[in-house]
Design a protein. Structure first.
Length: 180
């Protein structure tokens, strides 16, 4: 049986976020978190466990089963109406914006990397409007076409930019995470 099932997570990706949190000490009680590209919901599940009395807004194109302490929005994050819907749930700036978004892969690594990079940059630009000055932005990125562009945009928007590859990422994966 997979460890994620034993631990009650919907997907293995929860361990990537747990590793990021252990290394960078991101989550604490009372936070407002926006989880973009949330389905199946393992990142929101983890956040729900660690941030008591906070608020988690989870967005995805796909329907998700309910997760305790989350507000779920089914919609396209890149759509301005969905972004406005997210903003309508905020009574103050968010503390964390996290994105495990990736495009439906074509199998053409460069194309997939660039399109996923576009999603990351869209999330970064959106976060500028809704994240607190001391907030943290976490996003999946792929080494490839738009990597340098993403890091440069991160440095323009945030005080600090780190790139991290969790041990729980597959060895042959080009996946890393940008933490700003």
């Amino acid at each position: 049986m997979r460890q994620s099932k034993i631990d009650g997570y919907r997907a293995r990706s929860a361990y990537k976020l747990i590793e990021i949190d252990e290394k960078f000490k991101i989550f604490k009680g009372g936070m407002i978190i926006i989880d973009i590209g949330a389905a199946p919901g393992s990142w929101s599940q983890y956040a729900s466990k660690v941030i008591k009395n906070g608020k988690i807004i989870s967005i995805d194109l796909k329907e998700m089963s309910e997760i305790k302490n989350t507000i779920q929005i089914k919609g396209d994050f890149t759509d301005i109406n969905t972004q406005n819907q997210i903003k309508s749930f905020l009574n103050k700036k968010s503390d964390v914006i996290m994105s495990d978004m990736a495009v439906n892969t074509t199998g053409i690594k460069n194309v997939d990397s660039i399109q996923t990079g576009e999603l990351c940059m869209t999330a970064m630009i959106f976060s500028k409007e809704v994240i607190s000055d001391s907030g943290t932005f976490i996003s999946k990125i792929f080494m490839g076409g738009s990597f340098n562009e993403i890091v440069a945009l991160g440095k323009k928007i945030f005080k600090e930019v780190k790139v991290f590859k969790p041990k729980s990422s597959r060895k042959d994966s080009k996946e890393s995470f940008i933490i700003c």
